[in-house]
Design a protein around this ligand. Structure first.
Ligand SMILES: [Zn+2]
Length: 191
């Protein structure tokens, strides 16, 4: 398994390359397809070779490019608890884009899974780990934790900040992450 940061415009996007599949975590802002394509070049991956996309939460910097990627034949995998959060993000996306460039996120062709199904889904891709819900940054938040200890945490407060601020919701999320063995942390907005 290889992990690449193919981020752009201040957002880290992580490409997980197993022996058989490419999984992209977070999509980036709406209208940034070219930036993603450029960042992917260093990994010798084309956008059309991304098999699956999962987003850590429905904010425009993370989920703004979902439909554009689906149009390039990427399968979007959504957790069932994230579905109610699409509408608000679409509203923000529309405001960020000229309306002629706005492509609504089509909701009938996504692959919807539940948290207990996440391990089996990842196994299908040759990735060993699971997805958990993390609610401290946003109610639709998730983190992906690999059995080897890498944790992709989206916009959660880093642990030292959570401890310093004694933020109970963040600390709860960190407890969950730790119990799954999270050691190497991959955040969305710093290095
Ligand atoms: Zn963000």
């Amino acid at each position: 398994m290889e992990i690449f940061n193919v981020g752009n415009n201040g957002v880290n996007l992580y490409l997980l390359k197993s022996a058989t599949h490419n999984l992209l975590l977070d999509s980036g802002f709406p209208g940034t397809l070219h930036d993603l394509g450029r960042a992917l070049r260093k990994t010798n991956t084309k956008i059309s070779e991304i098999d699956f996309l999962v987003v850590t939460h429905f904010h425009p910097d993370h989920a703004g490019l979902v439909q554009e990627l689906k149009n390039k034949s990427v399968t979007f995998v959504i957790l069932d608890f994230q579905v109610p959060f699409i509408a608000k993000m679409e509203h923000q996306k529309k405001r960020l884009l000229e309306s002629r460039n706005y492509k609504p996120l089509i909701q009938t062709d996504n692959r919807c899974i539940t948290l207990p199904q996440s391990r089996r889904f990842l196994e299908e891709l040759g990735i060993h780990g699971e997805i958990i819900s993390t609610k401290s940054h946003s109610e639709d938040g998730l983190a992906l934790v690999l059995d080897s200890g890498e944790a992709f945490i989206g916009d959660l407060l880093l642990e030292n900040m959570a401890l310093e601020l004694k933020d109970p919701k963040s600390l709860q999320d960190w407890e969950k992450l730790k119990s799954l063995g999270a050691k190497s942390i991959f955040p969305s907005h710093s290095n």
